[in-house]
Each structure stands twice: as structure tokens, then as C-alpha cells.
Design a protein around this ligand. Structure first.
Ligand code: COA
Length: 436
């Protein structure tokens, strides 16, 4: 038997991002809402928000992030032994998104699949479970696939509307952490039952007590930091970069301000420190908006893909916050070899491929998703290419994927999607032989 592995031996081996193919300029939203754009753009730090087309949903984002991960890092899907999806945008109260990912990403049958929910903390919970599973060593050589996928939706005209967004980040977790190695410090976690943000199962949009939520976030940050610093003996100066969960970019500013005050006892020099250690982690968040459980990992991808930052070998602190609430602070080191990650997360490619839409189109796309929530026979127009959500048939969600028959894939974009019994042989009724 080999030596016992520590947390220092596990982490993220590969990371890939997928975002919706449309975005809305937040300034346009402000003008449509009759609000000074300065509030959304400078007050909250928002710039663009990713908007789901009718054929995109959290499942599609997750599958596309997973398949991008396999392609970009040349990973054999057969190496995956566990799929954990962190999400608060579940499309079904029973069937996990992980099962759709499992089928459409071509994963092996001897694989565990499940979703984890704890608001924006779900992705980090999945990451921690995955590292524990790898360390447990029951499946030597097998990797865990962790995907954070979310769509942030608030009521039209509500204070949360400009912070909306969506993204999925897929991470391969194993004992060759070339992207991010988690450091072996004791857990620094904070839980407290609070009512700061929630979405009852009968609602498509979230409810938030926004200012209370900011206070809960900051209290949890202080709680995690005091636990972390007491256990590790590390101060803020030990970190090259600090990544804070970003429901809107200004929140990271508020978080760093609070931590800086606590850690330096109100010392001077906050502004340059923020610009050096936090700002380089936020550019990708301003492109996609809030992606809930994926937001922290969108920041990580942004740091890795920053054109003026060499993150190789740098120590980063990640603060994950999920309303409700649970939070965690993690210390980690970026891999030394930048060729293992720079240009491979797909972040820049998916952002460059997007199209800007008008406020009217944003409202139309939104309405399509709202109709879906009301009507169990919803059907979307056919998407241009690749994995796509086609609608629901017989209360089942139907996706276009690589298993579609050729006759169907030759249909033109915009054609109505055919019903699922044509698309998915697995959903056809199975005749059971007598005696079976
Ligand atoms: N130009 C520039 N800045 C402006 C402005 C203008 N015309 N008008 C307002 N602002 C600033 C405010 O001063 C404030 O800045 P500050 O926080 O540094 O004081 C900021 O814009 C936001 O204004 P505020 O009035 O606080 O916004 P709001 O109450 O309408 O909504 C949230 C803000 C965060 C509460 C809201 O977006 C929300 O509920 N979000 C969802 C929940 C969430 O994200 N929680 C975070 C923790 S997970």
C-alpha cells in the first residue's frame, strides 16, 4: 500500500467553461428600466449579462462544459467514476442534471451521479466531495467530474435583475492537479440559517433580501477567515490573488475591503491592494453576470486566462458563499505549468463567439422560459448546432445530442423539434418478454 495521500495531492486537473451564446448590455437594461446606467455599471460593477436562448438551459450548459473539457484536455470520458453537479437551477425536483450529463457526455455506466444544492455554494460542496472521494482511494485511477451550472433569474425591474447571468464550469478532480492544487489546511467553513436569498419550488425567479444578503455574506467571510487564519497561521499577505464569490462584481470589492480591514486592523493601502490582488479575477464575471454556483470558478478561469497575469505557481484564496447560508475559504496553488491551462479553459473562445441582443429579444427569451415552466408540452425551435434543449414532451425534457438519427439532424434551424420518441430510442416503450 502506498503512502496516505493528503489534501495537497488533489485538486483540479482540468477546467472548462461554457456560457450562453447571447448577452445583453447592462446599460441597455438600465435605459429600458428607466434607471441611471451608472447604478448598474458602477454601483454594482455589472457590464454584460449572459441570456439563455429558448434552446439553452442549465443541462445544456453543463453538457457543453463537460464535452469541452474532454476535448480541450484530451481526456477519456471512461476515466470518470463520479459526476457531481452543483446547481440551484435544478430542472426537476427528483431527476438530477448529472444523469443527463452522464448520457450526453458519453460517460461509463460504473459511475456515481448526483446533484448538490446549496445556493451558490453547491459547486464548492461538489469540489470538496470530489476531493474526499479521490483521497478515499476506492477507485484508483478514476477521476471525478464536478460541474457548477446555474442561471440567475430575478423578477423584471427588481434590484437583482441587472445582476442576472448564467454559465457552467466543468472541473476534473483527481490526484494530478495541474490546474489548481488544494492546500492541506483545515476546513474554514461557516454555516448560519438566514433568509437572505431563496427560490421556492413554485417560482422560476429567486427572491432576495439583498442588503441583508450582503451583510450575511460579509459575516460568513469574517467567520471563515478567522477559522482559516487561526488554523493555518497564514495572513492575507500570503496570497497572490483573492477570489470572492461574485453575485455582482462590486460584492468582491466590498468583501476584500472587509477582509483587508480585519486582516490589517484598518491599515492603509486598500485601493492598490484591491487592484493588484482582486481586480484581475473579475473581468470574466463582468462578461457573464451572476452564475451562482459557477461564479467563483468563472473568476478562476478569468484569472488563468488573464492576458496580463502570469498565475503559474501563485497562491490563491477562494471564498465561496451560498445564501441560506454556508461559506468556505480555501487556499490553493495554481499549477506551475501554464501550458496545462492557459488557452484551454475555452473561456475566451466562448465569450468571443457570443452575440449581443436587444432588450426586446431578452424579454422574448425570458418569456419562452417562463412558458416552459407553465406548460409541460413546450417545444423550442431547432437550435443551430450541437447539444440543445428541444422542449418537453410527455413531461420529459428532450435534448438534441450526438445520438439523434441523421434524418433529424438534417432538419433546418428554426424547424420545430420532433417529439422525443423520435429522438430518443431510450424513451420508446420497451416490450417485456414473457418470463423476463
Ligand atoms: N451611479 C453610480 N452608483 C450608484 C448610482 C448611480 N447613479 N445609484 C446608486 N449607486 C450605487 C449605490 O450607492 C450602491 O453602492 P454601494 O453599495 O457602494 O453603496 C450601489 O449603486 C447599489 O445601489 P443600491 O441602492 O444599494 O441598490 P439596490 O438596493 O437597488 O440593489 C442589491 C442592490 C445588491 C441589493 C441587489 O442587486 C440585489 O438584491 N441583488 C441580489 C442579491 C445579491 O446579489 N446578494 C449578494 C450576496 S450573495
Amino acid at each position: 500500500m502506498g503512502p496516505a495521500r493528503t489534501v495537497a495531492d488533489v485538486g483540479i486537473e482540468a477546467l472548462a467553461v461554457h456560457v450562453p451564446r447571447h448577452y445583453l448590455d447592462v446599460g441597455d437594461l438600465a435605459r429600458a428600466n428607466g434607471v441611471d446606467p451608472g447604478k448598474y455599471c458602477f454601483g454594482l460593477g455589472c457590464r454584460r449579462m449572459a441570456v439563455l436562448a429558448p434552446d439553452e438551459d442549465p443541462v445544456v450548459l453543463a453538457v457543453r462544459a463537460a464535452t469541452a473539457l474532454f476535448e480541450r484536455y484530451d481526456i477519456d470520458p471512461a476515466s470518470v467514476g463520479m459526476v457531481v453537479v452543483g446547481t440551484e437551477s435544478g430542472v426537476d425536483a427528483a431527476k438530477p442534471i448529472a444523469t443527463y450529463v452522464h448520457r450526453m457526455a458519453g460517460l461509463p455506466r460504473d459511475c456515481r451521479t448526483f446533484d448538490v444544492q446549496h445556493a451558490c455554494y453547491g459547486g464548492t460542496a461538489g469540489l470538496r466531495m470530489a476531493t474526499g472521494w479521490v483521497l478515499g482511494g476506492l477507485r484508483p485511477g478514476r477521476k471525478a467530474l464536478v460541474i457548477a451550472t446555474d442561471v440567475a433569474r430575478y423578477e423584471i425591474g427588481s434590484p437583482g435583475e441587472p445582476t442576472q447571468g448564467a454559465a457552467a464550469v466543468a472541473m476534473l478532480v483527481g490526484d494530478e492537479p495541474r490546474v489548481l492544487r488544494l492546500e492541506p489546511y483545515a476546513e474554514a467553513v461557516h454555516t448560519e440559517e438566514v433568509m437572505d436569498f431563496w427560490r421556492p419550488t413554485y417560482r422560476a425567479t429567486a427572491l432576495a433580501d439583498g442588503h441583508h444578503s450582503i451583510e450575511c455574506y460579509l459575516r460568513a467571510l469574517e467567520g471563515c477567515w478567522s477559522g482559516f487564519t487561526a488554523e493555518s497561521g497564514l495572513g492575507l499577505g500570503a496570497f497572490d490573488y483573492l477570489l470572492y464569490h461574485s453575485p455582482f462584481p462590486k460584492m468582491a470589492f466590498k468583501a476584500h475591503k472587509r477582509l483587508y480591514e480585519v486582516a490589517t486592523n484598518g491599515g492603509a493601502g486598500f485601493d492598490p491592494d484591491y487592484e493588484r490582488r482582486v481586480l484581475p479575477t473579475l473581468w470574466s464575471n463582468t462578461e457573464v453576470g451572476n452564475a451562482y454556483s459557477a461564479s467563483l470558478y468563472v473568476s478562476l478561469a478569468g484569472l488563468l486566462e488573464h492576458s496580463e497575469v502570469d498565475a503559474a505557481g501563485k497562491r490563491v484564496g477562494l471564498f465561496s458563499y451560498g445564501s441560506g447560508c454556508c461559506a468556505e475559504f480555501i487556499a490553493a496553488r495554481v499549477g506551475d505549468d501554464a501550458s496545462a491551462w492557459r488557452g484551454r479553459t475555452g473561456l475566451r473562445q466562448v465569450l468571443a463567439a457570443r452575440r449581443e441582443i436587444t432588450h426586446e429579444s431578452y424579454l422574448r427569451f425570458r418569456q419562452a422560459h417562463e412558458e416552459l415552466a407553465r406548460d409541460g408540452s413546450f417545444r423550442t425551435p431547432l437550435a443551430p448546432e450541437g447539444v440543445a434543449f428541444c422542449g418537453t414532451w410527455n413531461h420529459q425534457r428532450v435534448y438534441r445530442d450526438a445520438t439523434w438519427p441523421a434524418a433529424v439532424t438534417s432538419a433546418r434551424p428554426g424547424d420545430a423539434c420532433p417529439p422525443s420518441d423520435v429522438l430518443r430510442p431510450a424513451s420508446r416503450p420497451v416490450r417485456v418478454q414473457a418470463g423476463e
